[in-house]
Design a protein around this ligand. Structure first.
Ligand SMILES: Cc1ncc(COP(=O)(O)O)c(C=O)c1O
Length: 362
């Protein structure tokens, strides 16, 4: 008999299912499954990455010092309150590890990012899933689920996979309604795409108190998903906790160098946002013309609802597209089995996908 067992709850975790096939084989696919950048990184970031090849035998700068300075300069933030991580995923996990444990509860949207329940269970805490209202985070619902056991709230704004966001006012109302002892984590992975003027990524809320953190990523608009770089903007005491918990060299040299070049190439980010701003509504309108239902989105992806009949439903469409090398994201695990999540790609990619959708529905 094997007496070795993992901690209670670990085997209740359903492992994360990624949208991409094996590393190194993406070129043969039209990949619209993982909300990556349509254009890839700035050429300057690619050059910086290649330059890092001369330093592979050295450990990276464990404090991501130059990267934190570059982020601070672009966003007007104190670098001492920034912590970098191996993707924002790592930072979300460290926040849960730092502030929640067995018997605690973490609040999240029922249609929230799939890593939240995984991270929550990994620290022995219980995920508390709050139903959305019109596929949008329900602030009153979040507040109604607070108990003395609540330690943390994960909120993706914009949310993945719905693509919806709550306003700055709503976000403020959420923070105000939560007890001071509850950490609010605003996951702003898609914030660079948002062009609504009633939106905040959350920097103001972090500055306003001691119990709110904002996380960001280089995996989306900056096109560096393969390098795994994210950052958190924190009150000083929370930055201190993250720095104690993280592994000493959690972001590699190539990732740090490419991310510095990417964030400094503001024109490249503006171009990516402008492209999304044209193609998000254009693709939504094409999808509507085809008789499908796009849900409103402010991010770089669209949640599309399919009819119920077996030949035209989301599952059939996904199989049809896969057979043509087109990768979309089924969102059954997010409780949305009638939908597929589709990333906004290049103009050519969106035209190819629209033609394939028309063929599927014909
Ligand atoms: C809402 C949200 N948060 C965080 C992440 C993780 O990003 P990273 O690549 O920085 O770990 C994703 C990735 O899809 C996401 O959709």
């Amino acid at each position: 008999m094997n007496d070795l067992a993992p901690r209670p709850g670990i085997l209740d975790i359903a492992p994360y299912v990624p949208g991409n096939p094996l590393a190194g084989g993406m070129a043969k696919y039209l990949n619209l499954a993982s909300n990556e950048s349509a254009f890839g990184p700035s050429p300057r970031a690619r050059a910086a990455y290649l330059e890092a090849a001369t330093e592979l035998h050295y450990y990276p700068d464990g404090g991501s010092t130059r990267l934190r300075s570059a982020i601070g300069a672009v966003h007007g933030l104190d670098p001492n309150r920034i912590v970098c991580g191996a993707g924002s995923d790592e930072l979300l996990t460290l926040l849960a590890r730092g502030y929640a444990g067995p018997g605690d509860e973490i609040i999240m949207s029922a249609h929230g990012f799939a890593m939240y329940p995984i991270t929550t269970r990994s620290v022995g805490a219980k995920p508390v899933m709050v139903p959305d209202r019109n596929l949008t985070t329900d602030v009153d619902g979040f507040l109604a689920h607070v108990t003395p056991r609540t330690k943390l709230v994960f909120l993706a704004n914009p949310n993945n996979p719905t693509g919806t966001a709550i306003s700055a006012e709503e976000l403020k109302r959420l923070r105000k309604g939560l007890p001071e002892s509850v950490l609010l984590v605003i996951d702003a992975a898609y914030s660079e795409y948002v062009v609504r003027n009633d939106y905040t990524a959350g920097i103001d809320l972090v500055d306003a108190g001691a119990n709110t953190v904002m996380t960001r990523t280089f995996s989306k608009i900056y096109g560096l998903a393969a390098l795994r770089v994210g950052w958190a903007y924190c009150p000083p005491a929370i930055a201190d906790v993250l720095n104690r918990l993280r592994s000493p060299f959690n972001v590699g040299t190539a990732g740090q160098m490419a991310a510095i070049a990417a964030i400094e190439d503001v024109a490249s980010v503006d171009r990516a946002r402008a492209h999304n701003d044209v193609w998000l509504p254009r693709f939504a309108s094409e999808v509507t013309k085809l008789g499908l239902k796009p849900h409103p989105s402010v991010a770089n992806f669209l949640l599309v609802e399919f009819p119920d009949d077996e030949k035209r439903n989301a599952k059939a469409c996904n199989a049809f597209m896969q057979a043509r090398g087109i990768l979309l994201r089924p969102v059954g695990v997010y409780g949305l089995p009638k939908c597929l999540r589709i990333t906004i790609g290049t103009e050519d990619e969106m035209r190819r996908l629209t033609a394939a959708l028309a063929e599927f529905l014909a």
